[in-house]
Design a protein around this ligand. Sequence first.
Ligand code: BGC
Length: 762
Amino acid sequence: MMKMDRRLTRRSVLAGTGAAALTLASRPAIGLAIGPGGDAAPEFVEQLVARMNPEEKAGQLTLMASAIGGAAASALNPANRNNLDQQLAAARAGQITGNFNGAGSDWHRRLQQAAMQSRLKIPMVFAADVIHGFRTVFPVPLGEAASFEPALAERTARAAAAEAAAAGIAWTFAPMVDIARDARWGRGVEGAGEDVLVGRRFAAARVRGFQGAGLDRDDTVLACAKHFAAYGAGEAGLDYNSADISERTLRDVYFPPFRAAVDAGAGSVMASFNEISGIPATANRWLLTDVLRGEWGFSGLVVSDYTADEELVAHGFAADGREAARLAFLAGVDMSMQSGLYARYLPGLVAEGAVPMARLDEAVRRVLTMKVRLGLFAQPFGRLAPGREAQRVRSPANLALAREAGRRSIVMLKNEGGLLPLPRSGRRIALIGPFAAGLHDLIGPWNVYGDDQQAVDLATGLRRALADPALLNVTAGSDVEAPLPGGIAAAVEAARAADIVILAIGESARMSGEAQSRTEVTIPAPQQALAEAVAAVGKPVVVVLKNGRALALEGAVLDAPAILVSWFLGSETGPALADILLGAQGPSGRLPVSFPRESGQEPYHYDHKSTGRPDPPGPIQEYKAHYRTSPNEARFPFGHGLTYGVISYADLDLGPATLRPGGALAVAVRVTNSGSRAAEEVVQLYTHDRAASVTRPVRELKDFRKVALAPGESAIVRFTLRREDLLFVGQDGRLTVEPGLFDLWVGPSAAEGLAGSFALIA
Ligand code: BGC
């Protein structure tokens, strides 16, 4: 808790502070040949490495949190060289490679000026956690994954990169591509959920978006796939906890999104905090070198997480900081974030022969190559044009994109009696709940540069969209985790005076994100009490959930006739929600995480194994894989989400239903919208390998597509399934697939669909 408080304060300081503009003229970079357009020119890098002393080399491998705020920042990061003057001095001495989460272009320009005064004039790289937007804040990544539109994530990453790059930032610590199967873990909010295919597609899309058309452009940032690996698999959903996990599960489940990010060209990878089966990821040579580089051919940079090298001591893996630095470095961590251990120990370790000079040079080469690729040598101030930051951030186009991404991230779980969309006029609406109004909890967790004060809340969004805003009555009713005196009474009164209630409840931004694991993934008790009291009034209730994870809904919340899952939607929260609530647009999101019946089911994921005693549908039978009091299925399954249309599936066609070597299985299905409103349906294809030499999940998502259907429209949706789509890690550790029968479903979620089967022929 101590650490979290410090970190939060650190981040708010960084986000809120500006630095004085400096007008020093930029100096040319080192006078060595460099490829046109800043191409990585190996001779240039080699010549530079040859001129560097060990201290300068260690400096290139040392990344620090930004020191903006001077004494305050150094107090916040007491162990480190984060004092403003010290950081400027380190830049001048060539002892620091860059910093992260700095306050903007003025400060970055000042540091770059200092780096240009260093002996070798190696430019600094400015990094940041641009997780879901910069100053324009997009939905949290989990929410955006609910769109099931990787192309949308590519667009928001592109926009975020352009804004961040205008502040001098050239490197983002994103995307987070950890598979998250345990809703208790707070950091699932930063990723794409529980599914491997969704994880892979969103990982690749976000990398493409961040890195854009070329890393040396002034609107792109280098991506960093994190946290490698199995960070989401910590025992009991506890952040930072150990993962005891088979190599097969690593390769089948946790690795693929990283592989997808690497294949999409991600320039860096961040090692994770956790240990994997006894070996911390940060010192795991098999992971960081054998798999990542040897098997996948990754040639970019590996950075540690925040002080993770130093934490090898707390893990009980290294005796002291010196050993921690050596172990992390030799395992494959090229750059150390925030501990300062590399600067402190690497020169000595090399002098004593404990670390080969060749390894030091290899890591330095990777950093310099990254800086060349980013165009930093060619133009150290290329991302620092005066005035560009103010002009580029929060443009009308980016805010419109935030609104579009927001509404596409919303998932409608229920809509009994067609309660939604609500009419724009003629009805008195009571908007009740801690998230009804107010400039808080809008941008969501893990955003360093966004500002709730600049975001639009639900009440404002609704007022703007309603024909008669005077018919909207807003009351909080409860605080997030504590009752409000008189709150419930006021809410009940408001509900009585209304025709319809919108109940805006759920989690605050502080309830998910780093170090925010929960033991119960429920609506906090005071809000549940509010929901019960309001429901008892008897008016139709639309629940609008704010959440950073899957929730186990119960009581009046679960029984409400309409439920929207809205995550944290960012800058345009209110307008995006109003678009859906009032029907200007229809909901098209799907759950990227299963919503369990009860917290105790976690970790829960739809692609679980069958067991020898699968839980049959219907009444509970003895000695089957269920709980004493409830079946082990999701309350709202992965992939679930309703539209304002009336959707049906028919005519599943698998042709000859055989998949031959080198061939493909053509799958077609008719999807019809017989409703009176337009709809966008996410059509999902799942398979199950009936018998294999390694047991396979009951269902696995193999493809998905969002299709737009006008009222009354019917469309044939086609998929092509290939042998590669069915591979798994066999008994010998190699990818394989065996001849035999497969089940196949095409439908609207992991629990439904038209069923067929096909044969894989050898
Ligand atoms: C987080 C990383 C983040 C880093 C830098 C760490 O605590 O785990 O995801 O990139 O801090 O802010």
